[in-house]
Design a protein around this ligand. Structure first.
Ligand SMILES: C[S@@+](CC[C@H](N)C(=O)[O-])C[C@H]1O[C@@H](n2cnc3c(N)ncnc32)[C@H](O)[C@@H]1O
Length: 205
């Protein structure tokens, strides 16, 4: 299976883009080890009872943390059946579905916040994904989008960093749909936090 991300003019078939079969499971183990999700979870700052959606949960590193938080409901979408199976093993009570950023299958304003880590650069169309986030997150809700980069990107993922014009497109797209946006350079991801009642509610971790 291939996809053509908006960040490149080439089709992508890497096991990290659409993890399927044995190669996908092996890639997922690397993701679980490398993609530390604590800083992103702190930036999202889930409050008691909140309804949270993760886009592209992969093997479930962040889903596991969200399930152990005070969230009232934890949901996720990912196009890979293998990833759903792996993520479920970490968080049996989360509502994990097959879906994509551009078509989550959830209802209007169903979530207080949404988050995605290392998937935005893989979406076929950035604007369709952002429109879908705007639709499923309630007015006044917030969104965190994180992608490879940050202050100390590991050598293995350094080449996935996005050029400034593409980072600006993400930031501008979020601002147009959610109002205020803050950009944070975390350890190994660049993160954009948007929306929220006070706009800049997301504090530096
Ligand atoms: C590099 S992995 C990151 C997984 C996880 N977020 C993490 O940080 O460990 C990319 C994930 O994005 C998913 N993905 C690919 N295309 C997607 C899309 N259009 N919408 C949502 N998720 C997508 C893949 O199936 C894969 O699980």
């Amino acid at each position: 299976m291939t996809t053509r991300p908006w960040t490149t003019d080439r089709s992508a078939r890497s096991a990290f883009v659409l993890p399927r079969g044995l190669r996908g499971r092996l890639a997922a183990r690397v993701m679980l080890r490398m993609n530390r999700q604590d800083e992103v979870a702190r930036l999202l700052d889930v409050q008691p009872g909140e309804r949270v959606l993760e886009i592209g949960y992969g093997p479930g590193g962040l889903i596991r943390r969200l399930s152990g938080s005070a969230a009232g409901r934890v949901c996720g979408v990912d196009p890979s059946p293998e990833m759903r199976e792996m993520a479920r093993a970490h968080a049996a009570n989360a509502d994990l579905r097959l879906g994509t950023a551009e078509d989550t299958g959830f209802g209007d304003a169903e979530f207080d916040c949404a988050v995605t880590v290392n998937t935005v650069g893989l979406w076929p169309c950035l604007e369709r994904g952002l429109d879908e986030l705007r639709r499923v997150v309630r007015p006044g809700g917030r969104v965190v989008i994180a992608w490879h980069g940050g202050r100390r990107p590991p050598r293995l993922t350094r080449r996935f960093r996005l050029p400034d014009d593409q980072l600006r497109r993400i930031e501008d797209g979020l601002r147009a749909r959610f109002g205020n946006v803050v950009r944070r350079e975390l350890s190994d991801v660049t993160a954009f936090a948007a929306g929220g009642r006070q706009g800049l509610r997301a504090r530096p971790p």
